[in-house]
Write a protein that binds this ligand. Structure first.
Ligand SMILES: Nc1ncnc2c1ncn2[C@@H]1O[C@H](COP(=O)(O)OP(=O)(O)OP(=O)(O)O)[C@@H](O)[C@H]1O
Ligand SMILES: [Mg+2]
Length: 438
């Protein structure tokens, strides 16, 4: 038989796997299972646990009987009545003792009798007094107990139970979230929606829907623990809430692909983020008809659209400086990239890197939103089709030299020459590389 820490213990395992130091306060019974939990926790380095023993209780144990990798039966032993007064006092002391050294407070409510109104009120008000963010994975129907917390992370069933609303679709989730934000005075609510992903709603009214990331799903149990652990850990190091939620969503997508209540390690998160960025970069490289459609969407949103063009072979700091200055003049930056044929035509020789490599590299830059490859000598047909609000070229050109400036000006667009810190020239670099002087 294998034993794992479950419930709040699984949140601890997740935090630990992320590299956090964790202090845990919980309650167990005076039984062998309580001792086993205590031993398991003390074997984890970087975890300080304060387990308050209440002799009248039974330690919560869930026994899963498996056959052929499937759970066929689960037997629970537990006491779920509220903890006694003395136990409560000890719990409060333990919380108080740990608060100083914490960056964030996570309250993992499994409705086993520990987090009643009094303990919650104490933990939240103390943490608030010390300026700590408080994340709660909630349970039950009376959420006024969580008043003053920063963020709640209910799943759909919990959101429905707490609000009495039918939480169906994006709008239902957002309406229920708003209700709880008002009721509990939250900064935000992150609703986890199983295979639908998650929705973050802030007190200021912003809504962010994150679609589920999982490719293969094996075991969804414990995904909620991973979500609150990643959310808390990321906020603890200053990641803004929207970014922390995006990380939690990626982590949940990883953990549901593992067997049992598993954890996510930083390397796995990083790998998933890199994959996501690579596929996002790939999707930024478009043919002209798709780019025209994308630009129409951006226009409807009122974005100012910028355009610059070039070969961008052997990307160097001069290119980066041009692209970041170009991005500073608009909301969405399109790069017209001279295709290999176009480069041969204007330079008489092929670029060092082909258009596939060059477009992938340029598209991987965060402030580049779209890359369109063109094979003509000039980007004029692109400018005519995309009609950017602003055309940007490096300051090494003079205004009258900028190809397409007349096209852009004719429809009322603007032409900007970006001042560059240093002028790098790819051709001279290539020459230096080939004659060995670089
Ligand atoms: N079937 C699924 N497919 C893809 N992603 C999923 C699936 N189920 C869960 N997830 C991911 O895990 C997150 C949390 O899942 P869920 O909403 O089921 O939380 P929960 O019910 O609190 O989980 P727990 O079992 O830990 O209590 C989701 O927001 C989503 O990102
Ligand atoms: Mg949950």
């Amino acid at each position: 038989m294998k034993s794992f820490l479950g419930g709040a213990g699984n949140v601890v395992r997740n935090l630990k796997a992320l590299g956090c130091r964790v202090a845990l306060v919980s309650v167990v019974g005076e039984d062998p299972e309580g001792k086993e939990i205590s031993q398991m926790l003390s074997s984890l380095s970087g975890v300080d646990a304060s387990l308050v023993v209440e002799p009248s209780r039974r330690t919560t144990v869930k026994t899963r009987f498996m056959a052929g990798g499937q759970q066929v039966l689960r037997v629970d032993t537990e006491s779920t009545y509220p903890i006694g007064r003395d136990t409560g006092e000890e719990v409060k002391k333990a919380i108080q003792g740990f608060l100083d050294c914490c960056d964030v407070v996570v309250l993992s409510d499994y409705a086993k009798g520990l987090l009643g109104a009094e303990i919650l009120n104490f933990a939240i008000s103390q943490a608030k007094d010390e300026g700590k963010a408080i994340f709660v994975d909630p349970k039950g129907s009376d959420y006024t107990r969580y008043r003053g917390a920063s963020v709640l992370t209910p799943n759909l069933a919990e959101l429905g139970q707490a609000t009495g609303c039918l939480v169906d679709g994006d709008e239902g989730v957002v309406a229920a979230a708003r209700k709880l934000i008002d009721l509990c005075g939250l900064d935000a609510l992150l609703a986890t929606r199983g295979r639908e992903g998650m929705t973050l709603v802030s007190a200021a009214g912003e809504v962010m829907h994150l679609r589920a990331e999982a490719r293969e799903v094996f075991d969804v149990s414990g995904a909620g623990d991973t979500v609150i652990a990643v959310l808390g850990a990321a906020q603890g190091i200053g990641v803004p809430l929207s970014g922390a939620a995006a990380l939690a969503n990626i982590a949940a997508g990883i953990v549901v692909g593992k067997v049992g209540t598993a954890v996510v390690r930083p390397q796995e998160l990083l790998r998933a983020i890199h994959q996501q960025q690579a596929s996002r970069a790939e999707s930024k490289v478009m043919d002209l008809p798709s780019a025209v459609e994308m630009v129409a969407v951006w226009r409807r949103k009122g974005y100012r659209i910028g355009f610059t063009n070039g070969v961008f072979d052997l990307l160097h700091p001069g290119h980066l400086s041009l692209l970041s200055r170009a991005a500073g003049t608009c909301d969405r930056l399109i790069v017209g990239l001279n295709g290999d044929l176009s480069v041969r035509r204007i330079k008489g020789q092929a670029p060092v890197q082909n258009e596939g490599a060059r477009s992938a590299i340029v598209a991987s830059l965060e402030h580049v939103h779209l890359v369109v490859i063109f094979q003509e000598e000039t980007p004029i047909s692109l400018l005519e089709a995309l009609r950017p609000d602003v055309l940007i070229k490096g300051g090494n050109y003079r205004l009258e030299e900028v190809v397409g400036a007349d096209v852009v000006k004719a429809y009322g667009g603007e032409v900007v020459l970006a001042e560059l810190a240093d002028i790098y020239k790819t051709n001279s670099r290539i020459a230096k590389i080939t004659n060995g002087t670089l």
